[in-house]
Every structure is written in structure tokens, then in C-alpha cells.
Design a binder for this molecule. Structure first.
Ligand SMILES: [Mn+2]
Length: 297
């Protein structure tokens, strides 16, 4: 009988890039929720679109020398979500994540809006967990228009779970968020700082500040990347990071402690050229390759 934690899991026929490798340590989980998107909704379509798009990229990672085509992915399907109940959805997400984490899998969650990351983190062992988040926004608001479970508040909620947060790509903030970041000792890097310091120095600083972490989780909000490279996002913000720098940093900071990652906030209806989903597929492939290399090679 199916584990009760998997009650809200819908096993799709369509698999990520056609992969159906149950032996892979990497599971792909689609989380098609875009209830709280304030500007350009549509991220609920990303899991389905990215599964198709990923078929047309190469799965040999030149950056790491790892052939992800051989390691493959175990695409377990999508979370069945309520059309409006965010908090109910977060508990469905956390149950499913909890099952796979307990079975030694590395979940790769495809959003959906950024709010899903709160559900993912709740399903993991949070003691000593640190989150490295690429994002234009701090997402540290106490509430957004009276609601606490919103994409603009997700890192605040995660911070309240006792998880340490480091943000990269920050360039759209409120005064309240800056005050909270200062009070909590949350460090963040603006794209200008990343440009001046370079990927190596930024990574060195991240590695230094994650010394005490028992496990690491990476969250990639696609709006952290410049809209020139990633135009199809829910909340575009100019002056962002370039994809190579993001992948350089990921490759440098990933080590044995990484327990999962996600990619969120791509909005396919606004991705008219399809390049944002191609980049999303590439980020998944390269990040998984970096994790594989750090853990098993
Ligand atoms: Mn975000």
C-alpha cells in the first residue's frame, strides 16, 4: 500500500526530459501552485512545460564532467493542490517531501511560486539547516496585504522555522525587510557586489558563513537572474545576475551537505521565446551535476 504521506501525489505519465530512472538519487517533484502571484501569474504551468523543454538540452555537464544523462532523474509527478488553500497546500507539499527525504532522495522541486519553498523546508530536518536563496527580492516581509503565506514572505517564514538564510541577487527590498535582515543577521549580496567581488569571492564568503550548517538547501527564484536572460518570470526586476555567475557560485558552494533544491517563479505565459524554461532546465541539470560530483565523486 502507498505511504499515506503520498496521498496527494499525482504520478504523471510525462517525465522530466523523458527520464524514468528510479535508481537515481534525484527526484523531480512538480509543485504547480501560483495562488499568491501578485503581478504575472502562470507559474503553475512550469512543471509541465519544463518536462517537455528539458528533452531538448544535452545532459552532459561540461562544467563538472558529470553525465547527468547516465545518472538520470526519478520524476515522481506533481503535488495535487487545492486551487486556493495555500496553507493546506504547504502541508501536502511537506508530507510528500518528508517521505522522499526519509528515503534518502534529493528532491528537486519545480514551482510554482516561491511560497512552495516553505512547504518543502517544513518537510525536511530543519535542525542546522541553511538555505542559500537566489532572488531579486528578500521575501522577508512579515505579511503581504494581510496574509502571511505569500511569495513575498517566504524567507521570513523559513527564517522563523530557525533556518539560517543567505540571499544572492538582492535588489528589490523594503525598509522593513532590511531591518529584519539586520536584526536576524541575514546576509545578502546585491548583483553589484557579486559583479565587483566575482563568483569566487562571493562563494568564499558564503562558505565561511555556512561553516556551522549541518545541511544546505538551495532555492533558485528565477527573478534573481536578469530579465534579459530570464524574461518569463512572475515579478521581473532589472539589474540581475547572469546565469553563468549563478552556476559558478552554485558549483563552488555545493558540498556533501546539500539535501535538495528548487526552481521557482518561472511564468510560461510570459516566456514568449521559451528561453526562461530552457534556462530553468539547464539550471536543474547543472545544479544536480554539482551535487552529484560533491557527494559521490
Ligand atoms: Mn522570491
Amino acid at each position: 500500500m502507498k505511504d499515506s504521506r503520498l496521498f496527494y501525489l499525482n504520478e504523471n505519465n510525462k517525465k522530466f526530459a523523458g527520464f524514468n530512472k528510479e535508481t537515481s538519487p534525484f527526484i523531480i517533484l512538480g509543485i504547480p501552485m501560483d495562488i499568491t502571484s501578485s503581478f504575472r501569474p502562470g507559474s503553475r504551468f512550469t512543471p509541465s512545460v519544463i518536462r517537455d523543454t528539458a528533452q531538448y538540452i544535452e545532459f552532459y555537464s561540461v562544467r563538472t564532467g558529470v553525465d547527468m544523462g547516465e545518472i538520470g532523474f526519478n520524476d515522481v509527478g506533481d503535488v495535487i493542490l487545492h486551487p486556493s488553500a495555500v496553507e493546506e497546500n504547504l502541508s501536502r507539499i511537506s508530507s510528500i517531501i518528508n517521505y522522499f527525504v526519509e528515503n534518502q532522495n534529493i528532491p528537486i522541486s519545480i514551482g510554482g511560486e516561491h511560497t512552495i519553498t516553505a512547504g518543502v523546508i517544513r518537510g525536511m530536518k530543519r535542525e542546522g539547516l541553511c538555505v542559500i536563496s537566489f532572488d531579486a527580492h528578500l521575501d522577508l516581509r512579515e505579511e503581504y496585504m494581510g496574509y502571511k503565506y505569500d511569495h513575498a514572505c517566504v524567507m521570513r517564514r523559513i527564517s522563523e522555522y530557525g533556518v539560517k538564510i543567505i540571499e544572492v541577487g538582492t535588489r528589490a527590498v523594503s525598509k522593513e525587510e532590511l531591518e529584519y535582515a539586520k536584526y536576524k543577521g541575514i546576509i545578502f549580496f546585491t548583483p553589484q557586489q557579486v559583479k565587483t567581488l566575482g563568483a569566487r569571492e562571493v562563494s568564499r564568503k558564503i562558505i565561511n558563513s555556512t561553516q556551522e550548517c549541518k545541511s544546505l538547501y538551495i532555492s533558485i527564484d528565477m527573478d534573481g537572474i536578469d530579465p534579459a536572460y530570464a524574461p518569463g518570470v512572475a515579478t521581473p526586476e532589472p539589474e540581475g545576475l547572469d546565469p553563468s555567475t549563478v552556476l559558478d557560485i552554485i558549483n563552488l558552494v555545493v558540498d556533501k551537505r546539500v539535501i535538495g533544491f528548487d526552481i521557482v517563479e518561472i511564468s510560461p505565459p510570459y516566456d514568449t521565446s521559451g528561453i526562461t524554461t530552457v534556462l530553468g532546465a539547464k539550471l536543474i541539470m547543472e545544479t544536480a551535476a554539482s551535487i552529484y560530483k560533491a557527494k559521490w565523486l
